[in-house]
Design a protein around this ligand. Sequence first.
Ligand SMILES: *[C@@H]1O[C@H](CO)[C@@H](O)[C@H](O)[C@H]1NC(C)=O
Ligand SMILES: *[C@@H]1O[C@H](CO)[C@@H](O)[C@H](O)[C@H]1NC(C)=O
Ligand SMILES: *[C@@H]1O[C@H](CO)[C@@H](O)[C@H](O)[C@H]1NC(C)=O
Ligand SMILES: *[C@@H]1O[C@H](CO)[C@@H](O)[C@H](O)[C@H]1NC(C)=O
Length: 512
Amino acid sequence: MHVFRPTLQQKQPIKNVVVLVLENRSFDHMLGWMKKSVNPSINGVTGKECNSVASPKSDTKPETTICFSDDAEYVDPDPGHSFEAVEQQVFGSALSASASEPKSIPSMSGFVEQALSMSENLSATVMKGFRPENVPIFASLVTEFAVFDRWFCSIPGPTQPNRLFVYSATSHGSTSHVKIQLAKGYPQKTIFDSLHENNLDFGIYFQNIPTTLFYRNLRKLKYVFKFHDYDLKFKRDARNGKLPSLSVIEPRYFDVVGFPANDDHPSHDVANGQKLVKEVYEAVRAGPQWNETLLVVTYDEHGGFYDHVPTPYVDVPSPDGNTGPEPYFFKFDRLGVRVPTIMVSPWIKKGTVITKPKGPFPNSEYEHSSIPATIKKIFNLSSNFLTHRDAWAGTFEQVFDQLTSPRTDCPEVLPDVTPLRKTEIDENRDVSEFQNEVVQLAAVLNGDHFLTGFRDDDVAKKMNVKEAHEYVRGAVSRFVRASKEAIKLGADESAIVDMRSSLTTRSSSIHH
Ligand SMILES: *[C@@H]1O[C@H](CO)[C@@H](O)[C@H](O)[C@H]1NC(C)=O
Ligand SMILES: *[C@@H]1O[C@H](CO)[C@@H](O)[C@H](O)[C@H]1NC(C)=O
Ligand SMILES: *[C@@H]1O[C@H](CO)[C@@H](O)[C@H](O)[C@H]1NC(C)=O
Ligand SMILES: *[C@@H]1O[C@H](CO)[C@@H](O)[C@H](O)[C@H]1NC(C)=O
């Protein structure tokens, strides 16, 4: 049967969306200084944004402050961004709040205080932003295409809950990294499922391991052919016009010699993140699908770095009624800190700055759930919204509705990137908390969790970055191979392969 789809489908020029989510940097940290030298209409920084070093204990003592500077470079260690840390950053400490100002209105005044509680030197680090010339790819894309200067992460907390929002508009009640849930896989429906229901294709182009496997549904046999090795396939698919409706680019989360991490997570060098964005842009720009493509680059969360825009806290809808764990019982009723979001398409006017959305609700904002919300809209998916949150989040299809034909003046090549880090990669360092979670995921895929039982003294704790990287690569390829074999044997498409531990004897079975 031929289905004729009139109007919207024909007018709306975007047929492929490419999404790249980097790690742990706030808007002001990455793009704040672009107000001064790239585009004055950006809501960035002037250098007059300051945080007190400590809460004033009395009115008589003058308080010391640290103001925002432009000398951000290579950052190590990592600033705080747990739920509790972000609460302190956004509201300031209870001590400094006066009685008339209840601790419910974000003042963005506690970043220095919070950093100081972790390490003396970190307090200045969180108040630094990059000079545009040190993030040349972003400077170029912000000049040429669109920047969102009011896009927030979905929850005031760390990576995984925020990453979960990007493709499912909820973290299913998680406000932190819940190891057992990450390992078992989150049960909620995703935008990938909606695309699949509507016979539209998607692809996950991963480098070390696809963290989209934290969604349980994506482990199902029916999706195993959606996972592609970025290095082998992305440029080729772009060149051959084979990019699916939604392409997800997963960065390299491990820093090993010859393959530096490019996720921008401290201590990783942002120059490698810049190189990845450059590579993705140039591949898409050169391909036959360029005129139908939208590239979205955003950050999962602010990583503890200062941002001056108060986080929205009024009538933000809970996605699904789940609440966070004790002692906060967070109701998912306020957003996280503002993060950089850049959009690229030949349908975007040069130098566009997008601020607040015009609906669907009077208080709607751009946040990570805007991605599934917009995908549903531009592809006219018949599937329902995923949660109350993507039904509320602003959509951005009007950004590429301003021109009557695609631009022909978009650069084919972006500037070269020079490394900011002066030191060598240390692949023998211990895995970070985030890398540890990724290893947990690999352990599940590999069947090794039966031996470790999700305890804290788990597989990853014994590994350094290099070993973890190798383990993760091996686990993913075994899981994919076993899934493909199961399909050949006629297993049900909604089944998930259950590996037996490599530490005992290798085999697999199918779970429904
Ligand atoms: C969108 O899809 C619905 C069916 O789900 C269809 O009735 C409608 O005509 C479509 N709209 C456009 C603009 O294609
Ligand atoms: C802070 O930095 C200085 C030099 O920049 C160094 O000597 C000192 O050990 C650092 N302190 C901490 C707590 O990291
Ligand atoms: C930022 O990094 C921390 C520390 O590695 C991690 O726990 C948290 O999940 C991070 N968010 C990101 C983006 O990793
Ligand atoms: C994109 O559209 C422009 C303007 O119509 C055209 O000149 C160009 O060749 C097109 N590029 C591709 C890759 O189709």
